[in-house]
Design a protein around this ligand. Structure first.
Ligand code: DGY
Length: 322
């Protein structure tokens, strides 16, 4: 019997490809070439499934050109690269890869918070440049983390993981803002208090963004919100580019209107706003919050299992629009 054909749009683990090959005829991008949309469409001809990452935009135009496509399985919890309404209209299932990356991503949120507050990267560059000549009382004096106020915007699974690390690991006073308030039991588990976005921005020493990207969350943090923050405060974005107005943030950092920022995601990445590259008080990482070997392996396996589940066993594990 012939196997269904699928496309793996980016380079992934050979073990994931081997697993998929047990069930499908697989065309994969193992040299990680940058496919244009036209090329992606061409390669999707005859395919019933696509293994995607956040880099592949699945929209109405692509769907109209790929009538045989039945499922796109994203190797990411975020799926703002999917036009889910267009996928539903075209009868194409969208799946994502939640849960398996929650703790790892929360760890990284904290790593970025620590590096930002304690000026780890700025001071390392100083040392490597041979500029360290003597001890000085205020050399790279940063912001306190333990006992400070942590403000989390977006209290899904990853936000809750960050809250627990802050409250129980660092004795932080945790406040959060979310579309809806969490139930009392979850708030108690996270030791977190619901506040308005305005109160959070005014009172938090460290603000961490973990909201999914949508038209509604575009520029959740812009000039007006930055103006509410304390000049000693720090901002961390591990959610998505576009949630922060990067130009406004670079101006606020340059002018000392907030102390520092840690960014793993950028508007229009992999491009980074040039002004962010020239301010010293920002830690920049290339969208790696979920990047441990174990977690990326689990994310790839979950995306693959969604393809196998839906196309072979008639049931996807983590559907978005079923
Ligand atoms: C996600 O899963 O959405 C991450 O941002 C991709 O690593």
């Amino acid at each position: 019997m012939t196997k269904p054909q699928i496309l793996v749009a980016r380079k992934i683990f050979p073990a994931t490809i081997a697993y998929l090959e047990q069930h499908f005829e697989v065309e994969s991008n193992q040299d990680d070439a940058s496919w244009t949309k036209a090329e992606l469409i061409a390669r999707l001809q005859g395919k019933v499934g696509a293994f995607t990452t956040g880099s592949e935009r699945i929209d109405a135009e692509l769907l109209a050109a790929c009538p045989g496509l039945r499922i796109c399985a994203n190797m990411a919890v975020g799926y703002n690269n999917f036009d889910v309404d267009a996928m539903s209209a075209a009868g194409v299932l969208a799946t994502n890869a939640p849960d398996v990356l929650t703790e790892t991503t929360a760890d990284f949120g904290f790593a970025l918070l620590m590096a930002t507050a304690r000026r780890v990267c700025e001071s390392e560059h100083f040392l490597r440049a041979g500029l360290w000549k003597k001890w000085s009382y205020d050399m790279f004096a940063g912001a306190e983390v333990h006992g400070s106020t942590l403000g989390i915007i977006g209290m899904g699974r990853i936000g809750q993981g960050i809250a627990k690390r802050g409250a129980f690991g660092f004795g932080m006073n945790v406040v959060y803002h979310n579309r809806s308030q969490l139930d009392a039991a979850t708030e108690a588990e996270c030791k977190a208090r619901f506040v308005s976005k305005e109160e959070l921005l005014k009172t938090a020493d460290h603000v961490v963004l973990v909201v999914p990207y949508s038209a509604a969350s575009h520029h959740t943090i812009g000039a007006a919100e930055l103006a509410l923050m304390q000049p000693t405060a720090t901002l961390v974005n591990i959610a998505r580019g576009g949630i922060v107005d990067d130009a406004a943030l670079a101006a606020a950092l340059r002018e000392g209107r907030i102390a520092a920022a840690g960014l793993d995601v950028f508007e229009g990445e992999p491009k980074v706003h040039p002004d962010l590259l020239t301010v010293p008080n920002v830690v920049l990482t290339p969208h790696i919050a979920s990047a441990t070997v174990a977690t990326r392996t689990a994310m790839a396996r979950l995306a693959a299992d969604n393809l196998v589940g839906f196309l072979i066993k008639n049931k996807a594990l983590t559907p978005i629009n079923a």
